[in-house]
Design a protein around this ligand. Structure first.
Ligand SMILES: Nc1ncnc2c1ncn2[C@@H]1O[C@H](COP(=O)(O)OP(=O)(O)OP(=O)(O)O)[C@@H](O)[C@H]1O
Ligand SMILES: [Mg+2]
Length: 403
């Protein structure tokens, strides 16, 4: 490990790994199989249509366009490609002058190939500048093709969208990110444990750029990639901590869940950090599907309230309560079913406490068991006690029964 902190390794840090390992061929770009196979066909056959590549950050849009332009134009890349991104002035004047001039320029290219104008981060272009592009795109279409990359395709005006083939990129899967991380880890000889890579994948949330940056930051900070170091570098709420919170809610330990939440809040994590981690944990948590959907719904509402500016501990604790109430609802309806089963059991002459114990499980068991007296005097007694432990909701549900 010490070897990596020696001065010889400093050169490793000079180029960010995201640039060092930026794929140069379309085939090397990971994930988004359908989108990339379309681009590969274009790279092979030429005659590129006007394109809009749209999708979340760090998924390979810029990389794919640049790789495609390189594959199409080879040694003519320099004179055949005009690349403008959000750091360049791309107002209406630039469209009228620079883009139009480039489109008019005569360049000798191999047959079937066109000049390419790459407008990266095109969603930040003003709509005036986009309007000015409309006719230019058509007039020079025999010699020049446009490739626009953006995060939100709806920010591209409709007339431009209608002139382009839309290629959608989505977040990369954990497996795809892991594959790429393994390549970098081996090339850079990064000492790691699998849990460390898992943590990187978790924090990256489908963003390859983020994953590579977090890997490099952890390596240069600690020379070893394990879970603890990754979370120190990325400084996100520890998923294990959030997972415990969800488990406490599920087990009905409301106070413990709130204490866990307060601990996170006191560590200085913003409510948005906490709620996004909570969302990701719930999404992958092993629980009944309808419960998961209810949890996600409540988390979504809480996120909305936080985005509206109400990011207090009170709001987060209220979310804990709402999640707990979801469990409560499940508790009552489940209880109703179990108690009705018990009723039938009692009528059939079986021992009620045993039936109750066997029938009621999980978070409901404690309440039920506590409610059953050790020496029931009458077969119906324990049942009455359990009913007392349920809400009126449950009782009203039973009132139609035999009481
Ligand atoms: N699909 C991918 N396969 C391999 N590497 C990738 C992929 N996506 C991103 N990367 C890595 O992340 C870096 C950034 O990717 P890129 O610039 O293509 O992202 P982008 O989709 O254009 O994001 P943004 O919307 O923020 O511009 C690349 O240099 C590359 O190292
Ligand atoms: Mg980009």
């Amino acid at each position: 490990m010490a070897a990596y902190s020696s001065s010889s390794s400093i050169s490793y840090y000079e180029i960010p790994w995201v640039e060092k390992y930026r794929p140069t061929k379309v085939a090397d770009v990971v994930g988004n199989g359908d989108a990339l196979s379309r681009l590969q066909v274009i790279a092979r056959d030429g005659n590129m249509p006007n394109l809009i590549l749209s999708g979340p950050p760090g998924t390979g849009k810029t990389t794919s366009i640049l790789a495609l332009a390189h594959e199409l134009l080879g040694p003519n890349f320099k004179e055949g490609v005009l690349e403008l991104n959000a750091s360049d002035d791309r107002g209406i004047d630039v469209v009228r002058n620079k883009i139009k001039m480039f489109a008019q320029k005569k360049v000798t290219l191999p047959p079937g190939r066109h000049k390419v104008i790459i407008l990266d981060e095109a969603d930040s272009m003003t709509s005036g500048a986009q309007q000015a592009l409309r006719r230019t795109m058509e007039i020079y279409s025999n010699s020049t093709r446009f490739a626009l990359a953006c995060n939100t395709s709806s920010k591209i005006i409709e007339p431009i969208q209608s002139r382009c083939a839309l290629v959608r990129f989505s977040r990369l899967s954990d497996h795809e990110i892991l594959g790429r991380l393994m390549i970098v880890v081996e090339a850079e000889k990064v000492p790691y444990v699998p849990e460390g890579l898992e943590a990187i994948i978790f924090t990256a949330d489908g963003d390859m750029r983020q994953a590579l940056n977090n890997l490099q930051a952890t390596f240069s900070g600690f020379c070893f990639v394990n879970q603890e170091n990754v979370f120190k570098v990325c400084d996100q709420p520890h998923p294990l901590h959030v997972k415990n919170m969800v488990r406490n809610v599920l087990e009905g330990k409301f106070d413990d869940a709130c204490a866990g939440l307060k601990q996170l809040y006191d560590l200085g994590y913003s409510p948005t950090d906490i709620i996004t981690t909570l969302f990701r944990i719930i999404k992958n948590y092993d629980m009944a599907e309808y419960l998961k959907l209810e949890f996600l719904k409540e988390t979504g509402f809480a996120h909305m309230r936080i985005c509206d500016g109400v990011g207090s501990l009170l709001q987060l604790s209220a979310l804990n309560f709402l999640l707990w109430r979801v469990i409560g609802v499940q508790f009552h309806s489940q209880m109703l079913i179990e108690i009705q089963a018990c009723n039938n059991g009692i009528r059939a002459g079986r021992q009620p406490p045993l039936i109750l114990l066997a029938a009621i499980s999980g978070p409901t068991a404690n309440t039920a068991v506590a409610a059953i007296p050790s020496h029931p005097t009458s077969p119906l007694h324990p049942l009455t006690m359990v009913l007392a432990a349920c809400s009126t909701e449950c009782l009203s549900g039973l009132s139609g029964g035999d009481g």
